[in-house]
Design a protein around this ligand. Structure first.
Ligand SMILES: [Zn+2]
Length: 215
């Protein structure tokens, strides 16, 4: 066992450096970047324009967690995703508004993408959050019709682009507070298309939580 540890020392899941004694999974240097301290949240407040919303939280800077996210999403390391979900849950637990959330809604993948990848990364993360935070998760509520939504320009405007997502089930969301989640937010186009389907539901409150942002 000792020799094994010398030959294959445990490494930080984020940066790959050899872990020091007492460090578990992630080195102290990487923990310095938890949570994301840039002004990304303020930036995205202006970019999510399709609904009025309550809270927006971004846990990590994508630049600091792209290695584990890649391993999880493209390498199929589900256990890595679960670990990220656990770290994320610890972070969200501290938010005073989390107690008012009625359900967690992961952004769905298009069925071709789901078939190709075998899992929806947001749903894997959402299931960990659900368990750790004690909040139910709702899937199959909204279906993704378009794999790669077009970017929004002055010419094509939101309203003129065909629906990327459609509301499938008539789950009663009236007067509920939902937390929409995704692994990464970049342009906010996906989020805007997604929440468009929820417009007009009476009393519905929406918050957003992202594992990371590529702002
Ligand atoms: Zn590290």
């Amino acid at each position: 066992m000792f020799l094994f540890d010398i030959l294959f020392p445990k490494r930080c899941l984020f940066c790959g450096e050899v872990l020091a004694k007492g460090e578990k999974n992630i080195c102290l240097n990487c923990y310095k970047y938890f949570p994301y301290k840039a002004n990304a949240e303020d930036e995205y407040r202006y970019k999510i324009t399709e609904v009025a919303f309550e809270h927006l939280d971004i846990f990590l800077d994508y630049a600091h967690c792209k290695t584990p996210i890649h391993k999880f999403k493209y390498g199929g390391y589900i256990s890595m995703g679960r670990l990220l979900g656990e770290l994320w849950a610890e972070h969200l637990k501290e938010k005073e508004w989390i107690e008012s959330v009625d359900c967690i809604v992961p952004i769905p993948l298009h069925r071709n993408k789901l078939y190709e990848r075998g899992f929806n990364q947001s749903e894997v993360l959402g299931r960990v959050l659900s368990k750790k935070l004690g909040i139910p998760i709702v899937t199959n509520l909204i279906e993704r019709k378009v794999n790669n939504p077009p970017q929004i320009t002055a010419e094509n405007r939101w309203e003129n682009v065909r629906d990327v997502f459609v509301l499938k089930k008539k789950v009663d969301l009236k007067d509920k507070h939902i937390m929409v989640i995704d692994d990464v937010i970049t342009t906010s186009a996906t989020t805007n298309y997604f929440v468009k389907t929820l417009r007009g539901i009476k009393g519905l409150k929406i918050s957003f939580a992202y594992l990371s942002s590529n702002y």
